[in-house]
Design a binder for this molecule. Structure first.
Ligand code: UFG
Length: 325
């Protein structure tokens, strides 16, 4: 079996490729290396360096593949509100090119990286797939639009899909096989790490007056190796059941920002942080109900314990910044 992994040189993509190779599946990676990195390309894979805006190149890359895993997207929530054109083109047009190329080449299975950002502000605490979708940022809107295109391409072109709605992706491969550190990270844990290694002067805690036990926001942090195995299971499900699905991927457990800060300080070392005003658009609490992924895929997170998330991230930062050992 051969799978085309679009965006396979990126942070989540590289972990997915590793999981596919571990499962004995052949991989062709398609990536424009805009955020993906050469260091994330495993020697066993075929690599096509090109953009998803090039439909002809996508068609060629789809030759002799059994399915597609699509992770190529712009994903900075803040940037999507100031530069929506880039998100419309890369995420929406790029995915349409991919779907059109799949239709042309008769490739019928796709696993798509969606996001909990499609839900917008949660109307109840633990979000299941039946929760209304109402994105509050343009990034989330692009993911939702793509899910809708996928539904139509299923009906009209018989392309079956699994949209995986990730909650907060964190951590790095514990075996050290994935070596690329995400460039320009925008998320909590990498920002904490950058503060510890001295790239940042201090870390800001955005909002301490939320309606949560310690006043800071609660999120569902899911280890990227757990996300990766879910892609392999999703692919197997598609090939066996030929049925489209939308699935949450989360741990069903929340951790507050303050908890993340305190536990990191206890495990690694104290670092400068300051309380700051709320960041616009942040819901107080966002955690998953992930029964559907458990039931349909037999998927359970095994890497997502808080200490493992923090220490696996720290291990790679130490490799890249050895003076901080
Ligand atoms: N936070 C801080 N200080 C920082 C960075 C983040 O206090 O310097 C807080 C945020 O306010 C938030 C929490 O840490 O409360 C997590 O923030 P992230 O930016 O790491 O993640 P988000 O929950 O905002 O969003 C992430 C992804 C989205 C995805 C979403 C789904 O970035 O793409 O998870 O749950 F849609």
């Amino acid at each position: 079996m051969k799978i085309l992994v679009v965006g396979g040189a990126g942070y989540i993509g590289a972990h997915v490729v590793k999981a596919l190779l571990n499962a004995g599946i052949s991989v062709r990676v398609y990536d424009d290396l805009s955020t993906g990195q050469k260091i994330n390309l495993f020697p066993q894979i075929e690599f096509v360096e090109n953009t998803i805006l090039n439909e002809k190149a996508l068609e060629e890359a789809l030759t002799d593949v059994d399915g597609v895993i699509h992770l190529a997207a712009k994903k900075a929530v803040g940037e999507s509100m100031t530069l929506p054109e880039i998100y419309a083109t890369n995420n929406i047009t790029g995915t349409l090119n991919l779907l059109n190329a799949m239709a042309k080449k008769n490739v019928k299975n796709i696993v798509f990286s969606s996001s909990a950002a499609v839900y917008g502000t949660p109307q109840y605490t633990k979000v299941d797939e039946a929760h209304p979708v109402n994105p509050i940022n343009f990034y989330g809107f692009t993911k939702l639009e793509i899910e809708r295109f996928l539904e139509w391409y299923d009906r009209l072109k018989d392309i079956k899909f699994i949209a995986l709605r990730y909650f907060n992706a964190v951590g790095y491969d514990e075996t050290g096989t994935v070596q690329g550190l995400e460039k320009n990270p925008q998320n909590l844990l990498p920002i904490i790490m950058e503060t510890i290694v001295g790239i940042r002067e201090k870390m800001l805690i955005f909002g301490t007056d939320y309606d949560t036990p310690d006043g800071t926001c609660i999120r569902d942090y899911i280890h990227v190796s757990d996300l990766a195995t879910a892609h392999v299971s999703a692919l197997n499900y598609l090939l066996k059941e030929h049925k489209s699905q939308v699935l949450n991927l989360g741990t069903e457990t929340g951790h507050s920002v303050l908890e993340m800060v305190k536990r990191t300080e206890a495990l690694i070392k104290p670092f400068p942080h300051e309380n700051a005003p709320r960041r616009p658009g942040d819901p107080a609490q966002l955690t998953a109900v992930a029964h559907k992924a458990h039931t349909l895929l037999g998927w359970t997170p095994t890497h997502s314990a808080l200490d493992n998330i923090i220490l696996s991230t720290w291990a790679l930062y130490q490799k890249h910044f050895p003076q901080n050992r």
